[in-house]
Write a protein that binds this ligand. Structure first.
Ligand code: ZN
Length: 164
């Protein structure tokens, strides 16, 4: 009998599938690591949701902000990175998000833009430099793209929403 892996949506043979019984119903996965991965992701998403709600000061995850993040707005950053960043920058983000926004969508877009701007891009480059023993000679130094400032992000959104 074929069953469907809850992680990949793939058809797999029931006899070799990893089975978990939840509320009296069997759910199937290709392997135990599929199942652990899903649990871990759920945990991370829950952590991210809690942080966002705290930063917003209300149940923001019922609005578009959270959904946008989950639907891959931050596809270049891992959930771990997002959660770390939110946890470590709560007071900064609270302050940043406390101004008034025209609507929830504009606010969510702004929030995601701030996250995108602060996540990812810089650290990996420095890591590569360290790992390869690369020295910073003027001839082979590649200038990193400058991060836009909060003001610049705001200006970018004034054009689009006209409200912020
Ligand atoms: Zn699978």
């Amino acid at each position: 009998m074929l069953v469907t892996c809850k992680c990949h949506g793939k058809k797999i043979e029931q006899s070799t599938a990893y089975c978990v019984r939840i509320n009296g119903r069997n759910t199937y996965y290709c392997s135990e690591s599929d199942y652990i991965g899903i649990c871990r992701n759920r945990e991370l998403k829950k952590g991210i949701a809690d942080c966002i709600n705290e930063i917003y000061g209300y149940e923001a995850t019922k609005t578009s902000a959270f959904n946008m993040i989950l639907s891959g707005f931050l596809k270049d950053a891992s959930l771990e990175d997002v959660l770390d960043y939110l946890r470590n920058n709560k007071s900064y983000l609270k302050k940043t998000m406390s101004k008034s926004f025209g609507n929830e969508y504009g606010k969510a877009k702004y929030f995601v833009a701030v996250l995108r701007n602060n996540l990812g891009r810089d650290a990996p480059q420095e890591e590569i430099i360290l790992q390869s023993g690369f020295e910073m000679h003027p001839t082979n130094y590649v200038e990193k793209p400058r991060r836009p400032t909060i003001d610049e992000i705001e200006r970018q959104f004034i054009g689009e929403d006209g409200e912020i």
